[in-house]
Structure formats: structure tokens, C-alpha cells
Ligand binder design. Structure first.
Ligand SMILES: C[S@@+](CC[C@H](N)C(=O)[O-])C[C@H]1O[C@@H](n2cnc3c(N)ncnc32)[C@H](O)[C@@H]1O
Length: 300
């Protein structure tokens, strides 16, 4: 039996009080599939109380920051993703925001088309990104994220970032207050490069897992899963459903977002499935924009 509440005391309810400043922490990266716009719809689906919080497909981390802001992360938080550049960025925001802000100030000062491609192509030089310090790599990731086309993250088979420069008049390259607020929220969080298949051994009853994997495509041509060199296949979705089922059997609270497709409905048919509507660009054609149904799968 899963306990309804965990008995931990809640954090102070005002996030600005908790981080000592006036900026509320929220995602500092634009990330495909960001959940910021769905938080209000998700509110009724979060468990009322839980022990530790796990977010294994972290991306922009909208749900983590939301739970932190609303004072519901009283146990430890575990934030994972298999994208190394993304995880390095979170580690630097947590541990060395001042150095990161200094380097971003330089990028902001020097930003131009030529400069964008010079920074983007650092991963093509001998030694690649390993030649850079952690803060230099993180600043590169944030700089590219803020200035590239649509904030996309895409690498080719060699692992080279290949998104062209975006058309922004005044991209916000440095938001020192937001980085400082995010750093405060991340203090004490465990942040690791990790594949979702290695979660079960970490879990204990009463832990809350929020899964936001790359979505199952609505059609064969609508493919949004190119975050890293390998994309997220139907076999990956099957493995994830197996992990979800094992964690549910362990007495964890499990919540998962995905697209509303026959494949996903079949995969989770033993669980509670709710639908929400999201405004998303679902394909490159102009008529592909609009509200699409998504599922929220719950074991509670
Ligand atoms: C839909 S995004 C998450 C969006 C995030 N919830 C937000 O609000 O921004 C999916 C994430 O899963 C990560 N990912 C893809 N395959 C993975 C795997 N096998 N294990 C762990 N993370 C993976 C991607 O790097 C990407 O950041």
C-alpha cells in the first residue's frame, strides 16, 4: 500500500523566500517537449505526498522547477538525462554559476553570425569539447540554445551540433538572475548522465517518478525524437513501459507523459490513462500547428 503523504515538512511556500532573491526558478534552456505550458493541467495528477523525486528525462526540467517552486520537494531530488552536454550544464549551474555567468557575458558581448559558428564548431576541433572546462562547455550549450534555430538540440552521427543560427534580433544570452535562482533550486539535487533502464535499483516505495520521454511519433514522418545521435525507438518505449511497471510494483508513484497513439494506449492499458491537450507544432507544415491530445499515465 502506498502511503498518501510522507510526513516530511513542506518547504516555505514562497520560492523567492527560499532562494533569497526575487526571481522564481524555471527552465533556463528551451527544450523540445518542454512542459511549462502543461503544468496547470498536470496539477491534479501529481501525488499529494511522496518521498524522493526522480525525473529521468530531465530536458528543461519544467516539472522539477514547478514542484520546487510549490514547496513539494521535501525529500531528495534525482535528475537524470542521457544527454551529456545537458547534464554538464545542470552541474555547472548548480556548482559554479558565477564562472558560467562570466563566460556567458563574453558570449553576449561577442555574439555575431561568425562568432556563433566559431563556438558551435568547437566540437569539430581536435580534442573536441573535452578540451574545454565544464563551465566553458555549459556556457557554449546555453549560448547555442539561446541563439540557434528554434532552440533545437540536434547533433549528427559524429556527435557534432549542427543546428544553424536562428533569426533573433536580441536573443537573451545571459539571464544571470534566472541562473542564480535555478542554481539555488538545484542545491542538493543529484544530477547524473543516466539511461532510464538503470532506475529500478535506485527506487524505494513512496518515491515519485515523473517520466517525460521523447514522444512516440504521431505518424511515421512526424519525428521529434532526434535529441541525441540515436533516436528513441518503439523498442525503447517498450523498455520504458517495463521500467514503469516494475517501479509501480515496487510501490513508487509513477506518472508518464506521451503522445496519444494506439501504440501508447495499448502499452499502458493496465494503468489509469488521462488525456490533456497541448499546443504543439506537430509537423513542419503550417496546418500541423494546433492542440493535440497527449496522455498522462498514472499508477495511482
Ligand atoms: C521530452 S524531453 C524532456 C522534456 C522536459 N520534461 C522539459 O520539460 O523540458 C526528453 C529527454 O529525454 C532524454 N533522453 C532520450 N533518450 C534517453 C534515454 N535513453 N535515457 C535517458 N534520457 C533520455 C533527451 O535527452 C531529452 O532531454
Amino acid at each position: 500500500m502506498i502511503p498518501e503523504t510522507n510526513g516530511y515538512s513542506l518547504q516555505p511556500s514562497n520560492p523567492a523566500v527560499r532562494n533569497g532573491g526575487s526571481t522564481v526558478p524555471k527552465p533556463f534552456l528551451k527544450w523540445a517537449g518542454g512542459k511549462q505550458q502543461l503544468l496547470a493541467d498536470y496539477e491534479e495528477y501529481f501525488p499529494t505526498g511522496f518521498r524522493r523525486y526522480f525525473e529521468p528525462f530531465l530536458g528543461g526540467g519544467a516539472v522539477f522547477f514547478h514542484l520546487w517552486n510549490t514547496g513539494r520537494l521535501s525529500g531528495a531530488a534525482y535528475l537524470f538525462d542521457n544527454n551529456e552536454e545537458l547534464i554538464n550544464t545542470y552541474l555547472v549551474v548548480r556548482d559554479d554559476p558565477d564562472e558560467l555567468i562570466k563566460i556567458l557575458a563574453v558570449h553576449k558581448e561577442r555574439h555575431s553570425r561568425d562568432y556563433y559558428y566559431r563556438i558551435r564548431n568547437l566540437d569539430r576541433l581536435p580534442g573536441g569539447l573535452a578540451a574545454l572546462s565544464g563551465p566553458e562547455r555549459a556556457a557554449r550549450t546555453i549560448y547555442l540554445n539561446r541563439t540557434c534555430y528554434n532552440g533545437l538540440y540536434r547533433v549528427n552521427k559524429k556527435g557534432h551540433f549542427n543546428v544553424p543560427i536562428g533569426r533573433y534580433k536580441k536573443p537573451k544570452i545571459l539571464d544571470a538572475e534566472l541562473l542564480t535562482a535555478a542554481s539555488c533550486a538545484l542545491q542538493g539535487a543529484t544530477i547524473e548522465v543516466r539511461d532510464f533502464r538503470s532506475l529500478v535499483e535506485l527506487a524505494a516505495p513512496g518515491d515519485f517518478f515523473y517520466f517525460d520521454p521523447p514522444y512516440h511519433p504521431l505518424s511515421r514522418t512526424a519525428n521529434f525524437t532526434g535529441y541525441t545521435a540515436g533516436s528513441f525507438s518503439e523498442d525503447d518505449q517498450l523498455d520504458l513501459a517495463a521500467v514503469f511497471t516494475e517501479l509501480a510494483a515496487k510501490g513508487c508513484f509513477c506518472m508518464l507523459s506521451n503522445s496519444y497513439t494506439p501504440f501508447i494506449l495499448e502499452l499502458y492499458k493496465g494503468f489509469r490513462i488521462e488525456t490533456v491537450r497541448a499546443n504543439r507544432a506537430i509537423n513542419a507544415k503550417s496546418n500541423g500547428r494546433g492542440a493535440v491530445a497527449e496522455v498522462v499515465v498514472l499508477n495511482y
